[in-house]
Design a binder for this molecule. Structure first.
Ligand SMILES: Cc1ncc(COP(=O)(O)O)c(C=O)c1O
Length: 404
């Protein structure tokens, strides 16, 4: 048995949900770009917190409060180490992180300067900037996607003059394409623009070193990397952090409050008003510990091999596959059948225990660019095996034979 089969099987055992049947079939979960499943270590950590340590953080002196605070802050520390980030503001996810960047940094620092976005962005990295532009009148410049599904870098260079910020998705949730972010950051910085990376899809698949990249801000979600829903973060370098102004006011983010006015904390708490997501932070830290036991680079290679095989087989069945699956791309396979509607396809797959995503994947401008309204998306993660892929392909063939 090849060694990575043994690794695959051992990983599957760590995810209790993979034991269940769906519609009488073994669950083949291929909706990982939407959210990933949770290993027992994450579920147990959250359960343990509520069973033994539950309290509010930062305030009380009692033992439980100390334990809860330690657990919450340990997640921040782990994220800073994992991503080599100077500052880590915990949010509800990527969406809130980008909205925070727009309000806490964009409102005071952009001063009406243009913002460069790309046609490949998730709605989370478009709408907050459109809202900001409505208030401050910033010009939004969109870098087009070329027919080979990569960003038009000439157009990017042409659009950077005078821009205050570049917002770019690290890895596309529809295409799996990993963008040339090193080059984008270099060009943006040469022109005095800061860069915000949407790393929601990149972070689960590779070890991103923010310090080495030189990104100014980076947004991501725990739930796409085996952590719980409801928590994510905005990672920020020190210079950008010092430029940010508090956005939400309330408890925990203040130093003093009088009836005349308030002063604010100077660390990350300044941006975390109210009771934070304590159990979720503890769960996310457990997820990082879990991922840290795996060789993510080896996993990436294995999953890409699966994605390439699936893409090739789907093409041979007459599907259009949107993606190129280059070495740095993620293992997302978006496809369309010429006649069978994607929603019908997904229902027929679900009846066979296969979970895939359909629709516009919150990236309508990209789909408009591709001239389509939706795709079927199969996305693979660490617990998926070549056997999952073969069974998925068998079901697809079976569906085509019967319905296409
Ligand atoms: C590229 C990308 N950006 C942003 C998001 C939004 O993430 P969340 O819904 O966790 O805030 C997603 C989620 O699918 C995504 O794939």
């Amino acid at each position: 048995m090849p060694t990575y089969w043994v690794i695959e099987l051992a990983i599957q055992d760590d995810f209790p949900i993979l034991q269940r049947l769906v519609n009488g079939h073994r669950l083949i979960y291929l909706d990982n770009a939407a959210t990933t499943q949770k290993p027992a270590i994450v579920i147990d950590a959250m359960n343990d917190y509520y069973t033994k340590h539950n309290a509010n953080v930062h305030r009380a002196v009692h033992t439980l409060a100390g334990e809860a605070t330690d657990g919450y802050e340990a997640c921040r520390d782990a994220l800073k180490t994992w991503f080599r980030a100077e500052r880590c503001i915990l949010t509800s996810g990527t969406t809130e992180a980008i909205n925070l960047a727009a309000h806490a940094w964009g409102h005071s620092q952009l001063k009406g300067r243009p913002i460069v976005l790309t046609e490949m962005e998730h709605h989370s990295d478009i709408v907050p900037w459109q809202m900001l532009a409505e208030t401050f009148g910033n010009e939004l410049r969109y870098v087009p996607v070329k027919s080979d599904l990569t960003l038009d870098m000439e157009a990017f260079e042409a659009s950077i003059e005078g821009a205050g910020l570049v917002c770019v998705v690290h890895t596309s949730n529809v295409l799996g394409v990993r963008n040339p972010i090193e080059e984008i950051i270099r060009i943006a910085h040469n022109h005095g623009a800061k860069v915000l990376l949407d790393a929601a899809q990149g972070a689960p698949h590779c070890q991103i070193n923010m310090a080495e990249l030189g990104a100014d801000m980076m947004a991501l979600s725990a739930h796409k990397m085996c952590g719980p829903t409801g928590i994510g973060c905005l990672l920020v370098n020190e210079e950008t952090f010092q430029e940010m102004q508090p956005f939400m006011g309330g408890g925990d983010m203040i130093e003093t409050v009088t009836l005349e006015g308030s002063t604010y904390q100077t660390n990350e708490h300044r941006f975390e008003a109210g009771t934070p997501r304590i159990a979720e932070a503890i769960g996310w830290n457990a997820a990082l510990t879990y991922l840290g036991t795996l060789d993510l680079e080896q996993q990436h290679g294995r999953l890409l091999e699966i994605a390439r095989h699936v893409a090739q087989e789907l093409r041979s069945m007459g599907m259009t596959v949107y993606g190129r699956h280059d070495d740095d791309d993620s293992s997302v396979v978006s496809f369309l059948h010429p006649t069978l509607h994607s929603e019908d396809f997904a229902h027929l797959l679900d009846a066979r225990g296969v979970a895939v995503r359909t629709g516009h994947h919150c990236a309508q401008p990209l789909l408009n660019r591709l001239g389509i309204t939706g795709t079927v998306r199969a996305s693979f993660y660490i617990y998926n095996t070549m056997q999952d892929a073969e069974e998925f392909l068998m079901h697809v063939r079976n569906i085509l034979e019967r319905f296409a």
